[in-house]
Design a protein around this ligand. Structure first.
Ligand code: ADP
Ligand code: MG
Length: 591
């Protein structure tokens, strides 16, 4: 093997010559310690290498060896409940092996546990014909995840041998006779992270990936297989929104990428998720979660790889026929890593110093989302829903990362510093945000939740928009200029904001609202307008209606536990009764 030689080191960038045997995107081992790097540019026999570990102590003359392989992840049982870094080093196992709380340079630990035995149950038999993507057997990876072992890409043929039982991921469990010879399969396969995993066909998303967050599901839904971004200034609630979606989102598998943000946020996830129970399965949320952490205190280059590592793992579970959601917090920190590398490569800088290819790299992530028919004869359907936080400096949405993202994603949850300041959470601005899936998801909601869903939602949004106009009038000429009807509208809009849109992530009940509950509360809030209008028409003073005791119950309906949501219907009956009573009393103001 020919060994290259370092000629320059600049932070995470190393340039080596004598690399004529290497290819672009090869993984290389750098220096005597064998630091892990990836070739990101080739010029003649000179390779520019992005090194994923601290490069201090490395210098010109040190050796560089190519592995001849692209940056890849291992896919197999053991992914769930693990925490990896951006290039899939298993952080827990790693720290154990190195006996240190930090990553030690050059220490290599395989991503997946080699010693653990998994009970493998074959679902094919000798003589069966299989295609790429066909399931040959399963492993119950956790109480909630059935890990399907699928025939790797490029292999098809006849099963010659298959064996079940307790095996490690390196043991051969299946032998397939193919036209190109015999292939031996284990429980693990590899895939290059920068390449989307193939599928049979992309489908149009028709179903929402519900999140249990009212403002999202009702007004700005994301489809299963869709893309969404959540831009917002520091402290606006990006991390909380993403944690909420990871916790309560309707996905069978969650991949959470902590990317360049503070390390303690990942610790929060690690502490919280095992304790939290999935509302559907009643099992710990960690039992279906994979964590990738490249926090701000870790080498910057691996941050660049982390989102591709994450989405490759997401695609792998999609290929088993699961609905997967992936969150990246924050893509801005990821883009900064890209910018730093580009600067060191002395590339021509684009907008604000970001490389010209920023947009296409962002697309390389989001475009791997989708609802698909998987490879294989079964025609399974799987989905990857991709969500990314963006942290625009100073909250300025015209900056390149936000703009590059909004050109690709279909949902924009715009977090608003002023709302956050007023402690209106989630601080998703209802006037600026949008979802391009709104209409399609409305059709689904009308069919699956309640026939009146979309018209209710349209009415509610119309009221919120009208509120903005009415407030403008009030600012100019004062509240007295408004008719009672308009004042009622303002009251209902306020109730929509406070009783519906605001949702406390840290309240045991309020943290999650089922669609059924969302519908019932929204209906109740709007029913108040109807009932109040009925009262006004019958000559009741607005004041009287606004002071009805039932209003407090409406405000508290979000704290009604899921198991008791029929109580919300009772509030609606009470509302009607109280208004009836006012009308019968003639509505005179208290003396
Ligand atoms: P960012 O990631 O945008 O910097 P965070 O997600 O860390 O902001 O949120 C900052 C703080 O805002 C949180 O610590 C929490 O106190 C508050 N917060 C955000 N969202 C909610 C929510 N849905 N419910 C209650 N508090 C929230
Ligand atoms: Mg954050």
């Amino acid at each position: 093997m020919k060994i290259g030689k370092i000629i320059k080191v600049s932070g995470p960038l190393v340039v080596a010559e004598g690399m004529d045997e290497a290819n672009l995107y090869d993984v290389v081992r750098v220096g005597d310690k064998g630091l892990i790097g990836e070739i990101i540019e080739m010029r003649g026999n000179k390779a520019s290498i992005q090194v994923y570990e601290e490069t201090s102590g490395i210098g010109p003359g040190d050796p560089v060896i190519t592995t001849g392989e692209p940056l890849s992840v291992e896919l197999g049982p053991g992914l769930i409940e693990s925490m990896f870094d951006g290039i899939q080093r298993p952080l827990n196992a790693f720290m154990e092996a190195a006996n240190s709380p930090y990553l030690i340079k050059g220490v290599s630990v395989k991503p997946l546990n080699r010693n653990k035995r998994w009970a493998f149950t074959p679902v094919v038999k000798v003589g069966d014909k299989v295609l790429t993507g066909d399931v040959i057997g399963t492993v119950q990876e956790t109480t909630v995840v059935l890990h399907k072992i699928i025939v790797p890409y490029g292999i098809e043929g006849t099963i010659k041998q298959i064996k079940g039982g307790e095996v490690t991921i390196d043991e051969i469990v299946c032998v397939i006779e193919t036209s190109k010879g015999v292939k031996e399969l284990t429980l693990v396969q590899k895939w290059p992270v920068r390449k989307g995993r193939p599928y049979s066909r992309k489908l149009n998303p028709v179903e929402p990936m519900t999140t249990g967050q009212r403002v999202i599901d009702t007004f700005f839904p994301v489809a299963k297989g869709g893309t969404a971004s959540v831009p917002g200034p520091f402290g606006a609630g990006k991390t909380v929104v993403q944690h909420q979606i990871a916790k309560w989102g309707d996905a069978e598998i969650v991949v959470y990428v902590g990317c360049g943000e503070r390390g303690n946020e990942m610790t929060d996830v690690l502490n919280e998720f095992p304790e939290l129970k999935d509302p559907k399965t009643g099992e710990s949320l960690m039992k279906r979660t994979v964590l990738i952490a490249n926090t701000s205190n870790m080498p910057v280059a691996a941050r660049e790889a982390s989102i591709y590592t994450g989405i490759t793992i997401a695609e792998y579970f999609r290929d088993m026929g699961y609905s997967v959601s992936i969150m990246a917090d924050s893509t801005s920190r990821w883009a900064e890593a890209l910018r730093e590398m580009s600067g060191r490569l002395e590339e021509m800088p684009g907008d604000e110093g970001y490389p010209a290819y920023l947009g296409s790299r962002l697309a390389d992530y989001y475009e791997r989302a989708g609802k698909v028919i998987c490879l294989g004869s079964e025609g399974r359907q799987g989905a990857v829903t991709a969500i990314g936080a963006v942290s625009p400096p100073g909250g300025d949405l015209s900056e390149p990362v936000t703009q590059g993202t909004l050109r690709i994603v279909k949902v924009f949850w715009g977090l608003d510093a002023q709302l956050a300041y007023k402690r209106h959470f989630p601080s998703i601005n209802w006037l600026d945000s949008y979802s391009l899936y709104l209409e399609k998801m409305g059709v689904w909601m009308d069919e699956q939740v309640a026939p009146g869903w979309s018209s209710l939602r349209t009415d509610a949004m119309a009221l919120l928009q009208e509120e903005a106009n009415l407030e403008e009038i009030v600012r100019l000429v004062g509240i007295d200029a408004l008719s009672e009807r308009d004042r009622l509208k303002l009251e209902v809009a306020k109730s929509l904001r406070e009783d519906y849109l605001q949702q406390n992530a840290f309240d045991e009940v309020d943290t999650y609202s089922s669609l059924d509950k969302q519908y019932k509360i929204l209906k109740l809030v709007l029913q108040f307008e109807e009932e109040a209008s009925r009262g006004l028409e019958a000559g009741v003073y607005l004041e009287k209606i606004l002071n009805l005791p039932v209003r407090d119950k409406i405000a508290r309906s979000k704290y009604v536990p899921e198991t008791e949501i029929s109580k919300i219907n009772e509030i609606s009956v009470e509302l009607k009764k109280e208004v009836d009573k006012l009308i019968s009393e003639g509505g005179v103001l208290d003396a």
